[in-house]
Structure formats: C-alpha cells, structure tokens
Write a new protein. Structure first.
Length: 304
C-alpha cells in the first residue's frame, strides 16, 4: 500500500529553513563576489564564503521548491483567478516596498545622477521586470537591483504552470521522462547558446524562464507524483547527498546553464527530499510561520 502524502506534511517540514538558507546564500554570495571585484588583494574568507554558498546554489533550490509549492498552491485554489491573486499578493507588495526603499537610498546617495530614466525604471519595477536605468549604468556594480531578476522569471513560471498544470498532472511516466529530458537538453543548450552568441542573445536567455525550467519542473514532477516519489526520496536523500558531496569536492560537473546540470538535478532532489524527510518530526514551522523575513519566494501560506 502506497503511503499518501498528507496535507499536514506541508506544515510539518523544513521548507522554511531551506528557503532561508537559499536566500541568505544568494545574498552573501553576491556580496562576496562583488566585494572581491573592489579589492586588489585576494580575501581568503570571501573565497571560502563563495565556495560554501555555491555548494548548494540558492537560486536552483528556490526555483525547485517553488515548482513543488506553487503546484500545490494551484491544486488547492478554487480557480486560476484565485491562484494568480495569491501570487500577486505574495510577491508584489514586498517588491514595491523594496523598490521604494531602493529609490529613497538612491535619492540620498546619488541624487545628482538621477534623470528621467529613473521614471522608466520605476514603471518596470511595478511589474517585476528588473533593469538598471541608463543614468546609473556606471554607478557601483552597474546594476541597481540585479538580484531581483529572479522575480520576473518566477512570474513567467507562475503563468506557465497556471496554463499547463492540467496537462502535466495527466502525464504518464514516459511523458514525464520525455519532458524532463527535453528540459535538461534546453538548459544545456541555453548554456552553449549564451556563450556562443553573447550580447543581446545571452541577456534574453538570462531573463527568460526557459533555461531554469528544469529545476521548476522537477518540483512540479515531485508534487504530482508525490505518493510514489516522496517515500523513495526520503530513503535516497542521504545517499544522494553523499554522492553529490563527493562529486562537488572532486569538482566534477557537467555543462549547464547557471549551474552544471548535475547540480541542477541532484540539488533539487536532495533539498526537497531532505525537507520532506522531516515531515513527521519537524516542529519549528509554527514558530517560523510569522518570522518577519520575506524571500519573494513561491509559497503563499494561505494557499497551502
């Protein structure tokens, strides 16, 4: 008899801690990476921090967890309209607050650089499209809010799953295998295309959901096949973690966009399997549910 994945399992698990780790790793990774660019002397502590943060890439984990939880949110919504409203409420208010704070800081720090292009920047931020106004293209790192590019990609994925989830939930194992294989090929293909063409083509690939879809789709796949896959993942999480650790320490990897495809496949499986392994014993979520830290991530608690 197959053990069913219960609704309570969405609350008695470690998803929050994994998301905090992923978000903090992205933040610290960006800080260390940019800090290194402004010094002529190598900083060993910074190199160590980057290595630790990149061991389990936060962006990969966030997209994979997003695929699992957003699919659950859609399945529990009464309509697509309700689902999209949850996504808007989850993302946009916090994005707007972030944008306002960002603008205030710019007005304080570099008021002399601002011009009309800042108005266009504000207009795009309202919809979650990250960009840098031309007046600030040479300021600091050259990107006012570069880390927010994931918001626009998440929005694309929310829309894709909204329209195609009905088809995904009906797919058999062979069809899922084909879909995942194609997504892997697309990810690797985007890596080669971005390096070969560069310029505008590389920027378009970077901002589209396509190269990141494999991570999100893995989350969707695990959710739709949860009754079969979750018991298996719980058993395989530690062995997969051991294999993953050895391969990473040996610096063995395969091509892939943003992260090597080995990382892009194993890291989501380990992350989701690991947090679900704690379903029966994890007791911290009630304390974390109201923790005042927003990640701009996928889950809307009211949706689950």
């Amino acid at each position: 008899m197959v053990q069913k994945f219960q609704d309570k399992d969405f609350y008695n698990n470690g998803f929050d801690l994994i998301r905090y780790w992923a978000a903090i790793s992205v933040m610290l990774g960006h800080f260390a990476w940019r800090a290194q660019a402004f010094t002529n002397t190598p900083i060993k502590a910074m190199d160590t921090m980057v290595s630790i943060m990149h061991f389990f890439p936060g962006v990969v984990l966030l997209f994979a967890i997003s695929g699992f939880l957003v699919t659950a949110s859609l399945e529990r919504s009464k309509s697509k309209k309700e689902y999209m409203l949850k996504r808007v409420v989850r993302l946009y208010p916090e994005l707007w607050v972030c944008t306002i704070v960002n603008l205030i800081m710019l007005c304080i720090v570099v008021p002399n650089l601002l011009d009309k292009s800042i108005i266009v920047w504000l207009g795009t931020q309202v919809f979650g499209v990250a960009n840098t106004p031309s007046c600030l293209s040479n300021f600091a790192t050259g990107s006012v809010n570069g880390s927010l590019w994931t918001i626009f990609t998440e929005i694309q994925l929310y829309i894709v799953i909204c329209f195609f989830n009905g088809f995904l939930k009906k797919m058999n194992n062979v069809q899922w295998g084909i879909a995942l294989t194609v997504s892997v090929a697309v990810n690797v293909g985007c890596d080669y295309a971005a390096k070969y063409f560069g310029g505008a083509i590389a920027k378009m690939i970077e901002r589209a959901f396509v190269p990141y879809f494999i991570w999100f789709l893995l989350g969707c796949f695990i959710y739709h096949k949860r009754d079969v896959l979750i018991p298996v993942l719980k058993k395989l999480t530690l062995p997969l973690l051991a294999v993953y650790t050895v391969l990473r320490l040996l610096n063995w990897n395969l091509p892939g966009y943003y992260a090597g495809i080995m990382v892009g496949i194993l890291a989501p499986l380990i992350a989701i399997g690991g947090v679900l392994l704690t379903c029966d014993s994890y007791q911290m979520r009630p304390h974390l549910r109201n923790f005042p830290l927003s990640l701009g991530c996928a889950e809307c608690n009211c949706a689950l």
